[in-house]
Design a protein around this ligand. Structure first.
Ligand SMILES: [Zn+2]
Length: 130
């Protein structure tokens, strides 16, 4: 309960926790943040003003399949509530697929490798963002 960030979920699963309930994905969305496998993005940041990429390349959520970072930033700057809805869709999808991948890693006996790869990828991109 109260554990909802990707990095905390991965660490908790590695320690045997398998139940999570947290407002973080929607709260982050209301505060303009997108959760990704490489770290968090604050889409209000001016550097996204002309960014044609989806929030996270390879993500199959409705938001990433339909809208650019630049459009999402436009919605945020215009104070459109749709921005929070679209970011919530992405953040929830990201955590659901992360959990699916964690379950698969447990089933195939590769959890240790998955956790190490996640840590390397997540922290590698954390200092300067993605
Ligand atoms: Zn997405």
């Amino acid at each position: 309960m109260g554990v909802g960030s990707p990095e905390d979920i991965v660490e908790a699963v590695a320690r045997g926790i398998d139940l999570f309930d947290c407002v973080l994905p929607t709260r982050m969305a209301r505060n303009h943040a997108a959760l990704t496998r490489k770290g968090r993005l604050n889409l209000r940041n001016a550097r996204f003003a002309k960014d044609p990429r989806p929030i996270e390349g390879g993500c199959t959520c409705y938001t990433c399949m339909s809208f650019s970072r630049a459009y999402l930033r436009h919605l945020i700057v215009a104070q459109e509530i749709l921005a929070a809805t679209l970011l919530s869709i992405h953040n929830l999808h990201m955590l659901i697929t992360l959990m699916m991948d964690l379950r698969e890693a447990i089933a195939t006996g590769t959890l240790d490798r998955f956790v190490e790869a996640f840590r390397m990828n997540y922290h590698k991109h954390r200092p300067k963002g993605i």
